[in-house]
Design a protein around this ligand. Structure first.
Ligand code: ZN
Length: 288
């Protein structure tokens, strides 16, 4: 006997199951390809390809909600001189960035971003930028970033996260993970309903023990360092102060792990990479 007998029914069942499975795979692939075809874009300054599944307006709306909630409990810093320094550095960096984007036809990078710069009370050596362009520094950061150049290092890094759309990308990656688990319903729901808020909160760690913003991935942190240095250079700040700041913070005794000095990547790797990025950043000095 060359073949087992009486397998017609089993074969039919197997064939049906395989066809269903294949259909689901094809449907998921088609959906992913459809999304990819409309959402693939490149990051300003680095040219890296990334997948964004959410519109700027959707991300802005979610960020506005979270930021408003945060600012109902945050207290403005009592150090008005530092608050003014943070605001002035922020304005100089973003106006230089705008000038550059207009001159090079890359205004999509800053589209939908409404910049604001606040210094709030808190001992954490921390700062963050919401995807809508609202930047918050904590008093604790100012012990290390105590000059305009040093503030510009942190501010440039935070602005970079916003213009690189790292928040959108992180939400999109999470949506893909969800979609892989439950075919298309999650992503379709996320793009249209309150599920988006849940994705947003998860992606940013809002409401978690980690605070307002989870550290980004190693790739995003290094990219924000690189773009931040370029923005600094365009605005005429001293980019050589960047490794100085990271070395100072690395040597600090703070027990908290700030977003800007997360464990991904390690301090040593980060400082090494920043030094590698410096020549590229210096190429932008005085050009725009
Ligand atoms: Zn960061």
């Amino acid at each position: 006997m060359l073949w087992p007998t009486n397998t017609d029914a089993t074969d039919d069942l197997l064939n049906t199951t395989m066809m269903k499975s294949r259909f689901i795979k094809v449907a998921v692939c088609a959906l992913l390809m459809a999304i990819v075809s409309v959402s693939c874009s490149t990051v300003a300054f680095t040219g890296r390809n990334r997948l964004l599944m959410f519109s700027d307006s959707q991300i802005t709306s979610l960020s506005d909600q979270s930021y408003a909630e945060l600012m109902t409990t945050a207290k403005k810093s009592l150090n008005t001189a530092n608050a003014e320094m943070v605001r002035n550095v922020g304005m100089r960096l973003t106006s230089a960035l705008q000038k550059y984007c207009v001159a090079t036809g890359q205004t999509s990078a800053i589209q939908g971003l409404s910049w604001d710069y606040q210094l709030v009370q808190g001992k954490d050596v921390n700062a963050f930028c919401m995807p809508n362009g609202k930047i918050v520094f904590y008093d604790g950061m100012m012990q290390y970033a105590n000059t305009p150049d040093l503030v510009a290092v942190v501010m440039g890094h935070e602005i970079a996260h916003a213009i690189a759309r790292h928040g959108n990308e992180r939400m999109s990656q999470q949506a893909v993970v969800n979609m892989a688990g439950s075919v298309a319903s999650q992503i379709i729901g996320a793009k249209t309903s309150a599920n988006a808020r849940q994705l947003f909160d998860t992606a940013f760690g809002i409401g978690s023990e980690y605070g307002i913003m989870l550290p980004f991935s190693r790739k995003h942190e290094l990219e924000a360092d690189e773009i931040g240095l370029i923005i600094m250079a365009i605005a005429g700040y001293d980019v050589d102060q960047a490794p100085v700041l990271w070395e100072r913070m690395s040597a600090g005794s703070s027990s908290t792990v700030p977003e800007v000095l997360s464990t991904h990547p390690s301090n040593a790797t980060r400082i090494h990479k920043i030094k590698e990025f410096l020549p590229k950043a210096k190429g932008y000095v005085g050009k725009y």
